[in-house]
Ligand binder design. Sequence first.
Ligand code: ZN
Length: 115
Amino acid sequence: MSIRLNQLRTRLLNEQQLLQQQIMDFLAQQNRVEFQQLELRLMQLTIARWPEVLLQWQTPGLLEVSVRLEAIQAALSQMEIGLYGICCDCEAKIELDRLDADPTEQRCKICSNPR
Ligand SMILES: [Zn+2]
């Protein structure tokens, strides 16, 4: 794995950890039974299963972080199978400045700006 890729991977892992903490803090602050149940449920699961559960619960206030978490995990999976940084529309390499701006970027410059 190249140094560049490794840096992006570290950023993704850090952000994932941050979101994980953010979600737990949010649930703990709500002081509601259903959120306590959700918190317990999440603690039993690996982080890889969190987006699925969170999106299923449609938890108000957590939708945005859940979608972001899912995007991060998709990027991490793509790294594992060697398909990271490939545009999902045209399969060209995604520009490095775009990946730097957002390591979960899925499209090259051209495909993200359709006419
Ligand atoms: Zn493209």
